[in-house]
Design a protein around this ligand. Structure first.
Ligand code: SF4
Length: 236
């Protein structure tokens, strides 16, 4: 049996093109996209690298839901034998399925998503208790692969493009809980406010869709708590 596959072609003003692709056992959505590019239309643009759920670069919208395509089996999503594959929402389209992620990672920088410690290579390494509250909170969010699925699934990002979004805030939360980092006050100021954690409506789409089973909603709630505490103490 063939699959009927609609694939977005062009930029923001493009349109769907339809292809017929043979069904295979254990076929993933990325397999389908690769087949189209290699056998039906070599001009199709898209991104992937690892094919094993580590790099996060193959995320696309599949039948209206943002997913990592290398780990999404066709049998799970192709209701009635058809697929509609589009670029991730909430990102500018470069061409076809390739999106521009510069704004997404700029938000990580705005949220002070870089570690900044106080030690040098000549100092002894820091010891952080694995069971400490801060270490467990950081561990819960640190496996982010930067796929953008949470960002694409967030209604607040759609309404308010300046919102830092779940991935950048999740990254900030892991660093807020890093006891070696020296930028805590500045980071909290960067993520508080209406473009930061306070814009979140706690709808939870980010947490529902994250392929790494992270919970940006919990991270954002943690940032709200810390920001409120800092504001009460006059430290924001
Ligand atoms: Fe992807 Fe999850 Fe990281 Fe969001 S938090 S970028 S969905 S891995």
């Amino acid at each position: 049996m063939d699959l009927e596959v609609k694939v977005w072609r062009g930029g923001e003003q493009g349109a769907f093109a339809t292809y017929q692709v043979r069904r295979e056992e254990s076929q993933t959505v990325l397999d389908v996209v690769v087949y189209i590019q290699r056998h039906l239309d070599p001009s199709l643009s898209y991104r992937y690298a690892c094919r094993v759920g580590m790099c996060g670069s193959c995320a696309m919208s599949v039948n209206g839901v943002a997913r990592w395509t290398c780990r999404t089996h066709v049998s799970k999503v192709a209701a009635g034998g058809s697929l509609e594959i589009a670029p991730l929402p909430n990102f500018p389209v470069i061409k076809d399925l390739a999106i521009d992620m510069r704004g997404f990672f700029d938000k990580w920088a705005r949220a002070r998503g870089q570690f900044q410690g106080a030690t040098t290579r000549h100092d002894d390494f820091a010891r952080v208790e694995p069971g400490s509250k801060e270490r467990r909170a950081a561990d819960a969010g640190v496996e982010c692969i930067g796929c953008g699925i949470c960002h694409a699934s967030c209604d607040v990002v759609s309404w308010r493009p300046g919102f830092l979004g779940p991935a950048a805030l999740n990254r900030a939360w892991t660093l807020v809980n890093d006891v070696r980092d020296t930028q805590q006050a500045a980071r909290l100021r960067a993520v508080a406010g209406i473009a930061g954690c306070h814009a979140c409506h706690t709808q939870g789409s980010c947490t529902e869709r994250c392929p790494k089973q992270l919970a940006p909603t919990t991270a954002i709630a943690g940032l709200k708590r810390l920001a409120a505490r800092a504001a009460v103490r006059g430290k924001l």
